[in-house]
Design a protein around this ligand. Structure first.
Ligand SMILES: [Zn+2]
Length: 136
């Protein structure tokens, strides 16, 4: 479900997150930054496994739904389980996009676009820095 609300608590405990995360992880996950394309460690990764939230450890994406979108960011056509990811309308930067966050901790992950492959037609465009791969 996409929603317009801004009632997430991303900014309530940033000092604690700043202690736990690298500066890059903090900028992306808690301040909604974006890593440069083709820079992230998982952009071309094909290792089988489950991608977890780097902040809280929640399971977010499976390597089984990862594909090469050519965008330079890890791309998935589905999330791993309903409820683990929350969608928000993002009207920043003069665009109307759909932001995706970790439902458990509010971490910014990336955006979802409707130009992905079948069977969903979705493209979850996610920052490597927001993810931690646990290989199978
Ligand atoms: Zn999380």
């Amino acid at each position: 479900m996409a929603s317009d609300d801004n009632n997430n608590n991303n900014n309530n405990n940033n000092e604690a997150w700043q202690d736990r995360l690298t500066p890059e992880q903090f900028a992306i996950c808690r301040l909604k930054g974006t890593e440069p394309p083709f820079s992230g460690q998982y952009a071309d990764c094909q290792t089988p496994g489950v991608y977890h939230c780097v902040c809280c450890g929640a399971a977010l994406f499976s390597s089984a739904t990862k594909y090469d979108s050519g965008s330079g960011w890890p791309s998935f056509w589905a999330f791993i389980a309903a409820g683990n990811i929350t969608e928000h309308i993002d009207a920043s930067h003069g665009m109307r996009r759909v932001e995706v966050t970790c439902s458990a901790c509010g971490s910014h992950l990336g955006h979802v676009f409707r130009d992905g492959p079948e069977p969903t037609g979705l493209r979850y465009c996610i920052n490597s820095a927001a993810l931690e791969l646990k290989p199978l």
